[in-house]
Design a binder for this molecule. Structure first.
Ligand code: XMP
Ligand code: MG
Length: 180
């Protein structure tokens, strides 16, 4: 299916499932090397990263842990500008650990900066960030991104965990909002 309509919007196929899968294998291979003697803890940011986090974690061959944190929800097609609070952060699971944050997408960068501030406050040994998607033209913050899946244009995307008002997460491919 090359196009789909969701609620009031038309979307076109953008990154097919096989490309996502191949890129995840490359990222995981790099992490497996970078952390070869370590026992890192991965923190998946819900809801958007659940599918990416699961597929990535299956390719990690380290003695690693994974846990999930949730942020205040994202509505509609632009960020609200409010500081998003991390729910479920247990400082004992982060303190003194090598932490890898798993995000679905970095847009303006505000969310990841808020997450990093809150994680740093729990005293990790190190923190690195992984994002499946990154919109360099939209990013207004100096976000340290260590592992990036795909750089994409400043247009709304969905699928593979990412949603438009709650819908569209259950797609194996990533779609982009069609230009009018
Ligand atoms: P910021 O702007 O803080 O945004 O980097 C990050 C969060 O905003 C959501 N977001 C999107 N969700 N398609 C989506 O489905 C998009 O194109 C998009 N852009 C931003 C997402 O929740 C992300 O974590
Ligand atoms: Mg999200």
């Amino acid at each position: 299916m090359n196009t789909k309509t969701l609620l009031d919007k038309k979307f076109e196929i953008f990154i097919p499932a096989d490309r996502i899968k191949a890129r995840i294998k490359q990222i995981a291979a790099q992490i497996n090397v970078d952390y070869r003697d370590e026992r890192p803890v991965f923190l998946g940011i819900l809801n958007g990263s659940f599918m990416f986090a699961a597929d990535l974690f299956k390719e990690i061959h380290l003695d690693a842990e994974i846990t999930f944190l949730k942020l205040s929800s994202y509505e509609g097609m632009s960020t609200t500008g409010k500081v998003k609070q991390l729910i479920g952060l247990n400082s004992s699971s982060v303190s003194g650990r090598h932490v890898l944050i798993i995000e679905d997408i970095v847009d303006t960068g505000g969310t990841l900066v808020d997450i990093l501030d809150q994680i740093e406050a729990s005293g990790p040994q190190s923190v690195k960030t992984i994002s499946l998607l990154y919109k360099p033209q939209a990013c207004k913050k100096d976000v340290p991104l260590d592992y990036i899946g795909f750089e994409i244009p400043d247009r709304f995307v969905l699928g593979y965990g990412l949603d438009y008002d709650g819908y569209g997460r259950n797609s194996k491919d990533i779609y982009i909002l069609a230009e009018e």
